[in-house]
Design a protein around this ligand. Structure first.
Ligand SMILES: [Zn+2]
Ligand SMILES: [Zn+2]
Length: 89
């Protein structure tokens, strides 16, 4: 039974656990742990769904925030355009 799968849990060092295990999710220590992915920027393992580590997640959210701001500005300009056209009519 033991050794059917290999634990693919990524340690902070960037190396996988590699322990033989009976679950495809990982060894008895790591199978409950959320699967981690290497950071898209530096390759450090991270459990965040954004795929970025703690040091690079900030810029990810900053970009999203800026995009949202830009969308809001566009929405306001569209709104004011329709308002001014309704005033003209
Ligand atoms: Zn493991
Ligand atoms: Zn990173």
């Amino acid at each position: 039974m033991i050794g059917e799968y290999t634990c693919e849990y990524l340690h902070n060092t960037g190396k996988p656990c590699g322990r033989p295990c009976v679950r495809p999710e990982g060894c008895r220590i790591h199978w409950k742990t959320k699967s981690r992915f290497p950071c898209a920027v530096c390759g450090k393992p991270t459990g965040s769904s954004s795929g970025r580590c703690q040091s690079h997640i900030g810029s990810y959210y900053q970009n999203r925030y800026e995009n949202r701001l830009r969308q809001r500005i566009r929405a306001i300009s569209v709104l004011s355009e329709s308002e001014s056209s309704s005033i003209q009519v």
